[in-house]
Write a protein that binds this ligand. Structure first.
Ligand code: NAP
Length: 286
């Protein structure tokens, strides 16, 4: 009998994640015997955890905050991460691990970059030539910025609370796209954008400040990377914008991870249903 598909998500925290529900539905729809666990793991414990799970026969892992960059730093001979894909190298981050052919270490991948592109195209069509405002400069924003540059957007304006993160993200895509930096002044963005991407962690906790809204009287598409309903999405819709939440990207990056682990196309319809993507976004519980 074939070994069961033992898969897991590592992060700190992981309890809020919709990935276990989505990947369990994918395994069932593909007719694969297996489980997808959520295993709370700190950055300090990551290396040992990766060794343990490899020895225990796990056949695929996802990583979420704060482990994506920590896993990239483990890349190297003799450690638990032996090789990396081009997208993981471009980002300096890892969200998917697959056992190497010899079973002696993990191979690192990133599916957030392609996942963001697919989600943004699904939400608002071709991105080529668009003017985009990107709110945030953390890991999700880095994937979004690189993806938007690859998709050929005409202009990328980066809004972030911290000037250091804003500058580092602008430097990452400089030369690939015309880029501007927006200091956090006032509650609205300047005008002139077709698409606004909300890539901060704001909206996850009750009492979070509201990310900046589109300019008054303008109706760019508002794409939030937070999975589920947020006050920012509500305010954008009230201003006449079309919106989508982070479940589109979660689905796309998760489908790519499933294909890397199993070598089979992901059962996307079952994954969509598990995320409730054909219904209203789930309200977050705080
Ligand atoms: P991260 O690396 O920790 O970055 C956090 C970002 O939020 C930074 O830009 C930070 O600004 C900003 N921020 C945090 N608190 C703030 C505050 N009080 N006021 C203003 N800005 C604040 O996090 P991440 O990994 O990029 O994740 C960001 C979000 O994307 C999370 O909600 C995550 O769940 C989501 N995400 C979704 C997917 C998906 O598939 N849908 C994939 C990845 C991530 P500073 O630089 O100023 O600190």
């Amino acid at each position: 009998m074939a070994a069961p598909w033992r898969l897991a998500l590592l992060g700190d925290p992981v309890a809020h994640s919709l990935s276990p529900r989505m990947q369990a539905a994918a395994l069932a729809a593909a007719g694969l015997d297996g489980t997808y666990e959520a295993l709370p793991t700190t950055a300090a414990a990551l290396s040992e955890r990766l060794e343990t799970l490899l020895r225990a026969g796990y056949r695929g892992l996802n990583l979420t905050a704060p482990l994506k960059e920590a896993a990239w730093r483990l890349l190297g001979a003799g450690g638990p991460v032996a090789a990396a894909s081009a997208d993981a190298a471009a980002l300096g981050a890892v969200n998917t691990l697959v056992p190497a052919a010899d079973g002696a270490a993990w191979t690192a991948h990133d599916t957030d970059l392609a996942g963001f592109s697919e989600a943004a195209r699904a939400a608002c069509g071709s991105l080529a030539g668009r003017r985009v405002a990107l709110i945030g400069a953390g890991g999700a924003a880095r994937a979004a910025a690189l993806a938007l540059a690859r998709e050929g957007v005409a202009h990328l304006a980066i809004w972030n609370r911290g000037a250091t993160g804003r500058g580092a993200l602008a430097a990452l895509v400089a030369g690939q796209v015309t880029v501007a930096q927006l200091a956090p002044v006032g509650e609205r963005l300047p005008g002139g954008f077709d698409l606004v991407v909300q890539a901060t962690s704001l909206g996850l906790a009750a009492g979070d400040p509201l990310p900046p809204l589109p300019a008054a009287g303008e109706r760019p598409f508002a794409l939030d990377l937070v999975t589920g309903a947020t006050p920012w999405q509500d305010r954008c819709r009230a201003a006449g914008c079309s919106t989508a939440d982070g479940r589109l990207m979660l689905l796309a990056q998760g489908a790519a991870a499933f294909a890397l682990w199993t070598g089979r196309p992901a059962p996307r319809e079952a994954m969509r249903r598990a995320l409730g993507l054909d219904t209203a976004p789930p309200a977050r519980t705080h």
